[in-house]
Design a protein around this ligand. Structure first.
Ligand code: ZN
Ligand code: ZN
Length: 320
């Protein structure tokens, strides 16, 4: 097994490429970003300067993997024509932005049917993705990852089976995969606390979609109880999942090479990210797989350094 690909969602204040500097400041080797303000429909034009800077900073900071997260406004399941059309345009823009930065994976919340029903919502999402794929043949290497959701309200994708039902209606399934969020999975009813529960979830994934469909993990503990359908992220080991569930994921050879990213609460100095990364690393059985900067000695040295360092981060876009 290779070195783990560990990181966190980072702010893009100053430009998308500045997320890489933040990722490097906590010694991570993977990152998740928004490629524009996630609470606005329209972003500024893609900045070629920032794209160029991104391509310099990636190898400089030895960050091997980046994932983008699409705007929370997008609802490809909407039964309302104007919102659906707007969502299609917005997700197409997300894919084009990610493609410009050579980011291969765009995580998307599948959408909410808001009353039209599960079948109708699923058909709507697949139809939207089909339109987007047809309109962006030049971005065929940029894949949408449907995120497993907590199953709150009319949100779709609250089970692996539901994700499969969306994907089986997509004309080009090579352009979709899934992102497994531990908090959402637990809140949806997958009991990651026990080996039996973890194994059962993966058997379901294997049966429904095949394990290679999973391209990204979001590692978050859950404030909500098992099956609560509550989407509330918390620090590793401080929620209802506890550390054992993360131990199963981190040491499972089937996820070799798959980025694992935190979306846990934090302040501007990113100390909580460092704490959570450290907690994850403490669960890794083979020390050789811990990213170099995240081994215990390096962490101690870094905390000193970090207290001096200015890490300018704005958090208005960080609510999970
Ligand atoms: Zn998400
Ligand atoms: Zn997530």
């Amino acid at each position: 097994m290779g070195i783990l690909k560990l990181g966190a969602h980072m702010s893009i204040a100053g430009g998308v490429s500045y997320a890489l500097d933040r990722a490097a400041s906590v010694k991570s080797n993977a990152v998740q970003v928004f490629t524009k303000n996630n609470r606005q429909w329209q972003g500024p034009p893609i900045s070629q300067d920032d794209v160029d800077r991104w391509h310099v900073q990636m190898p400089l900071h030895q960050i091997g993997d980046a994932v983008s997260h699409a705007s929370y406004l997008i609802n490809l399941a909407s039964p309302q024509e104007p919102l659906w059309k707007k969502s299609i345009a917005a997700h197409q823009d997300e894919i084009e932005r990610a493609h410009a930065y050579a980011i291969p994976h765009v995580v998307l919340h599948p959408g909410a049917h808001t009353g039209s029903g599960t079948e109708a919502g699923i058909a709507r999402i697949a139809a939207a993705l089909n339109q987007i794929h047809a309109a962006t043949p030049q971005c065929s290497d940029t894949i949408t990852l449907l995120e497993l959701m907590a199953g709150q309200g009319t949100c779709l994708g609250g089970s692996i089976g539901e994700l499969r039902r969306i994907i089986e209606q997509v004309d080009n399934p090579a352009r979709v995969g899934i992102c497994m969020d531990t908090c959402h999975a637990f809140a949806a009813g997958y009991d990651l606390r026990t080996l039996d529960g973890y194994t059962a979830m993966l058997e379901e994934l294997d049966r429904e979609l095949g394990l290679p469909a999973l391209k990204c993990w979001h590692l978050n503990d859950s404030k909500g109880k098992l099956g609560s359908h509550l989407d509330r992220h918390t620090h590793i080991g401080e929620g209802e999942i506890g550390v054992e569930g993360f131990r199963f994921v981190l040491n499972d050879p089937r996820w070799d090479g798959i980025p694992m990213l935190l979306e846990t609460p934090k302040e501007d100095d990113l100390k909580e990210d460092l704490m959570n990364l450290q907690r994850l690393c403490a669960l890794v059985e083979d020390a050789e797989r811990i990213p170099q900067g995240l081994c215990a000695a390096a962490i101690e040295e870094m905390s000193e350094e970090m207290s001096k360092e200015m890490t300018k981060v704005t958090h208005e876009e960080m609510t999970p």
